[in-house]
Design a binder for this molecule. Structure first.
Ligand code: SF4
Length: 200
C-alpha cells in the first residue's frame, strides 16, 4: 500500500519555513503506522534524534518506550511525532544544549503536524508536554494542572489527552517525586490505552 505520509515527509526534509532548519542536521519527521489509532506528539527532536533522524530515540524516548511497554502499548502500532521538526539548541563547547521552541516556531511547524494528523486520522492524540499541548490545542496549557484530561480540538474535533513529556521525568532529582510523577505518566498512558479500547 502506498504510504500517504511519504510526500509530506519528503517535502518536510526541504522545509525552510522557519530559521530552525539552519543549525540542525536534518528534519526529523514522525514515524509509525500511517493508520495508527493513537498518535503521540512531543516537543522537538533532541540531540540524538537530530543525529539519527528519528523521533524519540534519545534518553527520553527510551524511557517513553519502557513505560509504554509497562502499560501494554505497542509503539509499533502507534505514530510518534514532534510539534517542531528541527532541533533547536545552543552550542556550548562541543555540546548542543536543548532550547525550548517559541510560540512562533511551534505555530509555523504546526503546518506539518496538522498534515500528519489529517492523513492518519487517529482516534486519539496524546500531547506529551506543554509545547505539544499548545501545538494541538492552540492555547497555553498548565500540564501539571491539566494532565490526565481530554480536550477536543477546535479545528477537527479530535480528542487530545494531556500528559507530561518524558524528559520531565529525567530532570526530577528527588527520588520520591520522580517515582510519583512516573506513576502519573504511566497512569495517563494507561488512560489512553483504556480510552482507545472503549472508543476505537
Ligand atoms: S522547524 Fe518546522 S517549520 Fe521550521 S524549518 Fe523545521 S520543519 Fe520547517
Amino acid at each position: 500500500m502506498p504510504d500517504p505520509l511519504e510526500g509530506p515527509r519528503d517535502a518536510a526534509m526541504l522545509c525552510t519555513r522557519c530559521h530552525l532548519h539552519g543549525p540542525a542536521s536534518r528534519t526529523v519527521f514522525g514515524e509509525g503506522r500511517a493508520d495508527a489509532k493513537l498518535v503521540f506528539v512531543g516537543e522537538q527532536p533532541g540531540d540524538q534524534e537530530d543525529l539519527q533522524g528519528r523521533p524519540f530515540v534519545g534518553p527520553a524516548g527510551q524511557l517513553f518506550d519502557t513505560i509504554l511497554g509497562e502499560v501494554g502499548i505497542d509503539r509499533s502500532e502507534t505514530y510518534v511525532t514532534n510539534s517542531v521538526k528541527h532541533f533547536k539548541f545552543e552550542p556550548r563547547g562541543p555540546r548542543r544544549i536543548h532550547q525550548k521552541p517559541d510560540a512562533g516556531e511551534v505555530q509555523l511547524c504546526r503546518w506539518w503536524v496538522d498534515k500528519e494528523i489529517a492523513l492518519i486520522r487517529p482516534k486519539l492524540l496524546v500531547a506529551l508536554g506543554a509545547t505539544a499541548a499548545f501545538s494541538l490545542l492552540d492555547r497555553t496549557v498548565g500540564i501539571m494542572r491539566e494532565r490526565g484530561s481530554i480536550h477536543k480540538r477546535g479545528k477537527d474535533g479530535m480528542p487530545v489527552l494531556l500528559t507530561y513529556h518524558p524528559s520531565f521525568l529525567l530532570r526530577i532529582r528527588d527520588e520520591a517525586d520522580k517515582a510519583r510523577q512516573r506513576a502519573n505518566f504511566a497512569s495517563d498512558l494507561a488512560q489512553a490505552r483504556d480510552w482507545l479500547a472503549a472508543n476505537a
